[in-house]
Ligand binder design. Structure first.
Ligand SMILES: CSCCC(=O)C(=O)COP(=O)(O)O
Ligand code: MG
Length: 224
């Protein structure tokens, strides 16, 4: 197909959904109260707590109230930017302490290497923070795969179901949409990207219902 760039989702695409929902999210939920109480004065944490208070519309919210709000967002799998930033900081400690490694399907690791070697520029677009994305690929089951990637996008560029997010990504990539392939397991994300003419493929690894996009059971079935 000769795409110039491939943009990949993580959860359900390069990585098993259960690694995110049964390893990463519970780890962040468990560590969150102590992490926030101990580090609320640290600049990178304080900045995110301020953003949470703004979203709560409670500028004076206590740490307990913030923790309860964050736990509710985790339970509801809300893709809220300051939550995602804080989760990334907690996962940083988890990876550093060897509590887990980043799950990657073998076909994803193999094909990402092959496509990059062929000259395709690789990007990640995930609701996880850029730091969380880089951690997962740096500490992956297949070693440090961060050298494969040319860039990372998270919710700071916009939500994954918003057309405007893909327009902003195209601005960064500087390739015509037809030369960019976006792969994800979520039809609404693919719908948004394809409205701009970006090529799409839906991963159906975990029994996801197919939409109207080309489908692939794994990365071997994707022609790049
Ligand atoms: C970067 S790993 C953590 C993924 C995450 O926090 C998440 O919400 C999953 O988002 P995705 O857009 O990759 O489905
Ligand atoms: Mg996904």
């Amino acid at each position: 197909m000769n795409y110039r760039a491939l943009v990949t989702d993580i959860e359900g695409t390069t990585t098993r959904i259960s690694f995110v929902t049964e390893v990463l999210f519970p780890y962040a939920a468990e560590q969150l109260p102590e992490f926030i109480r101990q580090r609320s004065e640290q600049a990178e944490v304080a900045m995110q707590l301020k953003a949470v208070r703004q979203l709560m519309k409670q500028p004076e919210a206590s740490l307990d109230a913030i923790i309860a709000q964050l736990q509710a967002w985790i339970a509801a799998d809300e893709k809220i930017t300051p939550l995602k930033a804080l989760q990334g900081m907690i996962w940083r400690l988890g990876y550093q302490q060897g509590h887990f490694t980043g799950h990657l399907y073998p076909d994803a690791a193999e094909q990402l290497k092959a496509w990059q070697a062929k000259g395709v520029q690789l990007f990640v677009y995930s609701s996880g923070s850029v730091e969380a994305q880089q951690l997962l690929f740096r500490h992956s089951d297949f070693g440090d795969l961060t050298p494969l990637f040319s860039g990372y996008f998270d919710t700071r560029i916009g939500g994954k179901k918003e057309i405007s997010s893909y327009a902003a990504i195209l601005q960064h990539l500087q390739f015509p949409p037809s030369q960019v392939l976006f792969v994800s397991d979520v039809v609404a994300e693919l719908d948004a990207a394809s409205k701009l003419g970006i090529a799409t493929t839906q991963l159906i690894r975990d029994g996801q219902a197919p939409g109207t996009h080309p489908v692939a059971r794994d990365f071997y079935q994707i022609e790049v």
